[in-house]
Design a protein around this ligand. Structure first.
Ligand code: ZN
Length: 72
């Protein structure tokens, strides 16, 4: 279950709640009982693809060696 971070605008406290994604925008009362809270953008890791690189590695300089018939 994802965790969401909220901040209370009444007392300035921040707190986290674990709730279903469908209820992420529902009002959340702070631990002190205030209802004036806002949901913060939390960095929830849902799986990344930053480590995968699909770009082909450049090979050869294209100097005309194998294209000009000098290699065979
Ligand atoms: Zn509060």
């Amino acid at each position: 279950m994802p965790r969401y971070e909220y901040r209370c605008r009444t007392c300035g406290d921040t707190f986290e709640l674990s709730r279903p994604m469908a209820e992420s925008s529902d009002p959340a009362a702070c631990p002190a009982g205030h209802d004036d809270t806002v949901k913060l953008l939390s960095a929830v890791a849902v799986g990344g693809s930053a480590a995968s690189s699909s770009a082909p590695a450049p090979s050869g300089g294209g100097g005309g060696c194998c294209g000009g018939g000098c290699c065979g």
